[in-house]
Design a protein around this ligand. Structure first.
Ligand code: 6PG
Length: 213
């Protein structure tokens, strides 16, 4: 089975289990190239799951409107929007406009719908070791008492909204998708625990990778 097919199967298995045990499946979606391929494959499986019991959230979002090409919401919904997911179960991060107020509101929704515990948090890893929008050296890395925060990224000169480590690490399952040889060196370093990167603070991640170490 190729890596995307097995990641899709893992998503479906986790969803079945959560629905069986708790009646719903709550997932925080990630941006990035591998999740995109996963969403694409899932979108062709309308019968694989009771999609009416699936709740969609996001791990992070760029400060753009939902129809913008950089929007993680737009990217995911281009594919998952083809599935029978209830509109009232889809929670976009509003990372534009008043991002501080919107982050607090998003945290409120997470608490109400998930008790602060996602069944699955999907993450990627950038070549600099960032995950979600938790970039090296940024303020959001220090947060211990919030689930969602705005985070200013100096080198991008832009704001993002992101789940925090306490929120990510409370999840039942955390999958980190790292595909492609260009990430080999960083992944090796992270797994060896030689240096601290933001991704190093994710607890018990399931690494989904095609990199042979
Ligand atoms: C984003 C992501 C970000 C991403 C990594 C890896 O919105 O940009 O959430 O954290 O997952 O940068 O992205 P790739 O898998 O595309 O390299």
């Amino acid at each position: 089975m190729d890596i995307i097919a097995s990641a899709v199967q893992q998503f479906i298995d986790l969803a079945h289990q959560a629905i069986k045990e708790r009646g719903q499946f709550t997932v925080a979606l990630s941006g990035g190239s591998t999740p995109k391929a996963i969403y694409q494959t899932l979108s062709q499986k309308p019968k694989a799951l009771d999609w009416g019991r699936v709740f969609l959230f996001w791990s992070d979002e760029r400060s753009v409107p939902p129809d913008h090409p950089d929007s993680n919401y737009r990217m995911a919904m281009e594919h998952l929007g083809k599935l029978p997911i209830l509109e009232e179960h889809i929670f976009r991060m509003h990372a534009e406009n008043d991002i501080e107020v919107n982050a607090a509101a998003y945290e409120h929704v997470i608490k109400a719908k998930t008790d602060g515990i996602f069944d699955l948090v999907m993450l990627g890893m950038g070549e600099d070791g960032h995950t979600a929008s938790l970039f090296p050296g940024t303020e959001a890395l220090k947060i211990t008492d919030r689930l969602v925060v705005p985070n200013y990224i100096p080198h991008l000169d832009s704001w993002r909204m992101t789940l925090t480590f306490p929120c990510i690490n409370a999840a039942r399952t955390i999958c980190v998708y790292v595909l492609g040889e260009k990430k080999r060196a960083r992944l090796k370093e992270v797994l060896a625990g030689e240096n601290d990167f933001p991704i190093s603070y994710v607890k018990n991640p399931h690494w989904v990778t095609d990199i042979k170490l």
